[in-house]
Ligand binder design. Structure first.
Ligand code: MCN
Ligand code: SMO
Length: 738
């Protein structure tokens, strides 16, 4: 049972009749939970943070449409649905606050008593002589950019099974962060961590959404306790769109100062996110705004920068992580700003970038936002991308098409991306709920196969393949021998999770090092059996043999059998020292239909740099998927709320995910500037496509509609914003069947 109001007091919830209904095993309301199930109240250290409490089931007040109010479980989904109709909820509607301006207005009602002014998070920062730079600048550009609300929309919505044995709770769920979920469930139910077990089965996508702990996770576990039997909940698509974490919504006021050659002198930014009602667990509302603010300077030499970032509470579902979190908006703002500056100065968009990009030998470089960029080669990336795209030819084609009334456009984006963070970064950012390290256990089993248990889970990133590659390479065994299991916190060593593109770095750091140590153990044990020094042994395929004497050898299974179960096992923990900065250059060629405003993506080029690649096919697949999501974000996806806080886009008929036919084929190029900070020099890349695509598409569309005088300052870019003139009769001379 979910709230039908965006803002209301919950006066009374009566579940008695529902509890008597056929098949019903348990029913709970928010009033049953206080004292027993602690609300989600993630902490953030440092100034400018005002905590919120989000209950498994709202006890007194609901703050968005779809917020859980009561929960019941029955023998079958149909019985449960019928019983829900018997739950009575008595609401006292309150005035909803559905946008940032109303939330920040003086005297606005407060969503939470302890969150003054409805500001959940606020921080500012300044570096260099910003005012001086603006005073002497030849050009100053001011613009406001906006981004709508998105849904991460994994193909498989959320789901959880909870089962208690005495005071031990086991859950099966597709979480990105098994140990964070375990700790959170333990905290909510007043249990030691060891009394909660999280098992992560195969998962059909997540894109950030499943790294959160949400009220349903607690409610399902509470129901299972009450019912005294396992309870399963599978989210519907409608619930996923309406009540799981959402993403992005916010605005950036930017000011850029440049000299007459287009060299950037300083930036000022005010980043405000329309966060929704609560801090998301475990990341809090300090997610989009500081993420965007920090990355705005991008791969450019901006000397001075000042920002202010705030997250504002409104009566909508909370924002959470979504592929490219913070950075997508940052790249959109910076890349549009550069194009607008170029337009002012009569420079080509490629040229203004050439003049400002960091040179390869500038690294390590401390950005104006305080990040230490470790490696990159954007000047080269840009030239390769322009070459692959046929930039000059695309521009000629555009100009020629314009003379015939067709609207073609070309857009460039360059972005840099923080990836692979560890404990140091999360502590610096005050994110006390996110530990940072990862670990891996690698072992030889009795049958001679090699098992790898990673502390983090996979939702489609291909970890079972890439981790197996790393382990197989270290050991010298065939890939097929290595089995990578999904996590089970009773077995898997401690870690944090798959997010912020940290898998590749953690795999080499934890699994690679563990496999190296395991190899030493195997050789030592085999040396005993073969009466040879480990230094004279080689592991090849599934056999350890004496170098130069292939007949004198033992199989891995024989070694495992002799030393006994558990002896050939190594666990390694790894805490990435990063962030390490990866990035890419994107070039998009699009056409806007002058009649309908529909945008068609004609060509799409990405030149990416994630350091040495473990698996090219997976990296390219990640880019294809991420660019597809970025194109959807740029051109169609938008959760729309009306003035009373009701969701108007509650199905995938209304929330426009891109389909295969909306996408061009992609041309990819690779650069490799290894990171000096990470094992193997690798850098993360799983989110990159989503960071670069909206910016490149927006620049391309802006280029196409320049002759119409249309400005492109918000995402998504919808057809009606491009052709606002009176529509001509579309079917003139065309029969309806055509
Ligand atoms: N890789 C590689 N060589 C490199 C870098 C990466 O072969 N130099 C491989 C890695 O081994 C891994 C994949 O590429 O198999 C992505 O690696 P990485 O960039 O480290 O990202 P993560 O493994 O941490 O994955 C998380 C990232 C994030 S944050 C989101 S959101 C996202 C994404 O990956 N969600 C996804 N990609 C997704 N892909 C699918 N199918 N489903 C999701 O939910
Ligand atoms: S949004 Mo990805 O899970 O960092």
């Amino acid at each position: 049972m979910r709230s039908v109001y965006a803002h209301a007091e919950v006066r009374r919830v009566v579940t008695d009749r529902a509890r008597q209904a056929p098949g019903v095993a348990a029913a709970l309301s928010g009033q049953d939970l206080p004292e027993w199930v602690r609300p989600l109240a993630p902490r953030l250290e440092g100034p400018g943070f005002w905590p919120s409490e989000w209950s498994a089931l709202a006890p007194e007040r609901v703050c968005f449409v779809g917020e859980p109010v009561a929960a019941l479980c029955a023998e079958s989904p149909a019985q449960a649905a019928d019983a829900c109709d018997l739950v009575e909820v008595d609401y006292e509607p309150l005035a909803p606050i559905v946008d940032v301006d109303s939330a920040l207005a003086p005297g606005a009602p407060l969503l939470h008593e302890d969150v003054p002014g409805n500001v959940l998070f606020r921080r500012d920062y300044s570096h260099g002589d910003v005012d001086g730079a603006f005073a002497r600048a030849a050009v100053v550009l001011r613009e406001m950019f906006c981004h709508g609300r998105c849904s991460p929309s994994p193909l498989e919505p959320r789901g959880i099974i909870a089962s208690w044995e005495g005071e031990r709770l086991t859950v099966w769920t597709g979480t990105q962060a098994p140990h964070i979920l375990r700790t959170s469930l333990a905290r909510a139910f007043h249990l030691p961590d060891g009394h909660v077990r999280v098992i992560v089965p195969d998962t059909g996508g997540s894109f950030g959404q499943k790294m959160h702990v949400l009220p349903e996770d607690l409610a399902v576990a509470a129901l299972a306790w009450t019912a005294g039997r396992p309870v399963k909940w599978i989210e519907t698509r409608r619930e996923n769109l309406a009540a799981a974490s959402q993403a992005r919504e916010g605005s950036v006021d930017i000011e850029a100062a440049a000299d007459r050659d287009g060299i950037l002198l300083a930036l000022r930014a005010r980043v405000v996110s329309d966060n929704g009602a609560y801090h998301i667990h475990p990341l809090t509302a300090a997610l989009e705004p500081p993420g965007t603010a920090g990355i705005i300077p991008g791969p450019y030499r901006t000397p001075a920068y000042a920002w202010e970032a705030l997250a504002v509470a409104t009566n909508k579902p909370p924002l959470g992580a979504y592929r490219g979190v913070g950075m997508t908006m940052g790249a959109f703002v910076m890349e549009r700003t550069l194009d607008l500056l170029a337009g002012r100065l009569g420079l080509d968009p490629a040229e203004i970038r050439r003049r400002n990009l960091l040179a390869r030998d500038a690294y390590p470089f401390t950005s104006a936002a305080g990040f230490v960029y470790d490696s990159g080669d954007y000047p080269k990336g840009l030239e390769v991308a322009l070459e692959l795209a046929g930039y000059d030819a695309l521009k000629r084609e555009r100009d020629e098409a314009r003379t015939r009334g067709r609207l073609l456009g070309v857009g460039i984006s360059c972005y840099t991306e923080y990836t692979g963070m560890g404990a140091a970064t999360y502590r610096r950012r005050g994110m006390v709920e996110v530990p940072g390290p990862e670990s891996a256990r690698v072992s030889v089993e009795a049958d001679g196969s090699v098992r790898c248990l990673l502390s983090f889970s996979s939702q489609g990133q291909g970890h079972a393949t890439t981790a197996a590659q790393i382990v197989a390479d270290q050991l010298g065994v065939p890939l097929e021998r290595v089995v990578v299991s999904q996590p089970d916190t009773d077995e898997t060593p401690e870690g944090s999770g798959t997010f912020a593109s940290r898998g590749a770095i953690a795999q080499q750091g934890a699994a690679g090092v563990a496999a190296g140590a395991l190899k030493a153990k195997i050789l030592a044990a085999a040396g005993g059996l073969l009466e040879a020094s480990p230094a004279d042994l080689a592991l090849n395929g599934d056999r350890v043999s004496v170098r130069g004497m292939p007949d004198r050898g033992v199989t891995l299974a024989e070694v495992a059998g002799v030393v006994g179960p558990g002896s050939l096992e190594v666990t390694e923990r790894f805490d990435p020292s990063g962030p390490t900065f990866s990035g890419a250059v994107h070039v998009a060629s699009i056409e806007v239909d002058a009649e309908t405003g529909r945008v068609t993506v004609r060509r799409y080029v990405v030149v990416e740099d994630c350091g040495p690649v473990i698996n090219p096919m997976i990296v390219e697949g990640q880019i294809h998927g991420a660019v597809a999501q970025g194109i959807g974000e740029a051109l169609g996806e938008r959760l729309v709320y009306d003035g009373s806080g009701q969701l108007l886009t509650g199905s995938l008929m209304d929330y426009a995910l891109p389909a295969a036919a909306d996408l061009p084929s992609f041309t990819l190029g690779h650069l490799e500037t290894p990171s000096p900070l990470t094992p193997g020099g690798r850098k993360g890349m799983g989110e990159g496509g989503t960071i670069g695509a909206p910016a490149a598409i927006a620049n391309a569309v802006a280029d196409a509609v320049k002759p119409l005088g249309v400005r492109v300052t918000s995402l998504p870019i919808l057809p009606e914003a491009l052709v606002s003139r009176k529509p001509r009769r579309l079917l003139d001379g065309v029969s309806p069947q055509a």
